[in-house]
Design a protein around this ligand. Sequence first.
Ligand code: FAD
Ligand code: NAG
Ligand code: NAG
Ligand code: NAG
Ligand code: NAG
Length: 495
Amino acid sequence: MVTFPTRPLHGLLCVAALGVKAVPDSNYHAPQDAAATCQAIAEAISSASQVYYPGSTNYDADIAHWAFSSTQNSACSVEPGTAEDVGKILQIVGAARTPFAVKGGGHNPNPGFSSTTGVQIAMTRFNQVVNNVATGTVDVGAGLTWDDVYDELDGSGVNVVGGRVTGVGVAGFTLGGGYSWKTSQYGLTIDNIVAFELVLPNGSVRTITDADKDLWFGLRGGGNNFGIVTKFTLKSHPQTDVWGGLLVYPSDQIDALIEAIANFQDSVNDTKAAVIPALAASDPSAVTLAALVFYDAPTPPAGIWDDFLAIETLQSTVETQSFASFLTALPNAAKGPTGRGLSSCVSVLKYTPALSQVIYNETVFWAGKLAALDNTSSVGYNIEPFSPDLFSFGTDSAYPPSRAQPLLPTNMGFSWTNPALDSQFHAAIKQTTETIKAAAIRDGQDVADVSIYENYALYDTPLSEIYGDNVARLKAIKATVDPQNVMGLAGGFKF
Ligand SMILES: Cc1cc2nc3c(=O)[nH]c(=O)nc-3n(C[C@H](O)[C@H](O)[C@H](O)COP(=O)(O)OP(=O)(O)OC[C@H]3O[C@@H](n4cnc5c(N)ncnc54)[C@H](O)[C@@H]3O)c2cc1C
Ligand SMILES: *[C@@H]1O[C@H](CO)[C@@H](O)[C@H](O)[C@H]1NC(C)=O
Ligand SMILES: *[C@@H]1O[C@H](CO)[C@@H](O)[C@H](O)[C@H]1NC(C)=O
Ligand SMILES: *[C@@H]1O[C@H](CO)[C@@H](O)[C@H](O)[C@H]1NC(C)=O
Ligand SMILES: *[C@@H]1O[C@H](CO)[C@@H](O)[C@H](O)[C@H]1NC(C)=O
């Protein structure tokens, strides 16, 4: 989860309106070949699909991203309505070698990962949720956000293992791994997939299950390297009302919060309980402290939340409610920073008081240092404890490269406005990443060489730091499935 507060702190996740228009650039001219590719696509696709050009509202929505800095003006956008049309589009961009992008929820802040100056593919028309009661599965279209899915399943008595806040796309989230409110209970989202409907880079449509050894392995954590997914089939789990919401604490309660985090890890072994403690600031003298708390039943057993609830609060939205309603009780994450944004990750084994103290110091330090550069900037750090058994629910997958030890994906997000400062903010987020990693190592944690989470990783992270020993196998699978390197025309971490 990425925290980008606004100033003054209205909430933890940025509540400012996301500019839905592309970065204004009157000098922009689509590359000639991209324009021809758009034309060819428009002629090839069925009436279920459509191509849009700058100036149309569909185009604006299709290229829009959570962080303004990951939106680009494409030559055109296309909204495919069938998997066969996705296949035609891939064949055309592949033959023409036109850069393209595929966007699910558009929440990845890495520039160019789901945006392009070529052909923007927006998956919004894949918007079906089908609850297959007989098989205990749910089919989810690749263009949906998790809140769409939860809303659709609300009241059905079942739910799936998906995103933790509003606005995050099903597709990118799942293809990277997926840390959920239910991950301690049921594993990552990829551990709850039954099938992918995949359009291969050559345009063929396939259903991929555990019978397809290589693609099954690659798609679970391997991002957009193997084609475009149009549908995910997920296991369903029983869903009652849940208990949870947002607790916001005064800055001076940091020591109590750090102690609550430590105690939660030491004494709570109930996998229905999950928490994201979050620190955010745009002013070093006013750090917002919060805990997003969740228990997967109407009433948590006595004791579990005593520490978090005993701390004086400025705000609490904690109550018993439906799962879909719980999501709306958290900060609104559907809208991101109106300016620039980056996220990064440090995997740790435990949030000891010493490590949490360093994370707090980093929050204060960078809020001050970066505010001096850009007074619209803000920093956010999320502490993400899970059960030590979180990787025990799935089989070998692209991510994590080893399931032998649990990894807790600490996530930080920086936001700012002035594009001239991009490289300085990039250097800053890299530096804080290294500082926190060094602190975990100093703490005695064996994390010098562990994998970091693809969906939180900064865009220039080497493949080996995400996929470890899996890189060679993933490259081999990619070479077989995509010999023409069609997916190499799209951004992302590339095998
Ligand atoms: C506010 C916020 C909260 C978050 N919370 C969590 C969390 O709780 N847990 C967690 O694990 N992560 C979380 N994340 C990280 C999130 O998982 C990633 O940002 C993820 O990439 C978002 O998916 P998307 O579909 O919205 O992104 P997009 O930007 O649309 O896509 C991301 C990547 O997936 C590829 N892709 C998209 N659709 C397809 C498709 N149909 N087929 C093939 N490739 C595709 C894109 O090409 C791109 O490379 C959060 C991020 C934000 C900004
Ligand atoms: C969970 O913790 C309780 C109390 O500390 C203990 O009695 C119980 O055995 C633990 N359960 C598991 C599965 O570890
Ligand atoms: C706080 O963090 C900054 C930047 O990483 C560092 O220079 C400073 O020594 C830290 N202070 C403490 C008390 O750890
Ligand atoms: C932020 O900086 C800009 C430009 O440097 C300045 O015009 C503005 O007044 C500043 N705003 C605040 C709240 O300090
Ligand atoms: C597309 O690629 C798949 C997997 O490599 C292969 O099985 C299939 O025959 C190919 N289809 C076409 C039309 O070439």
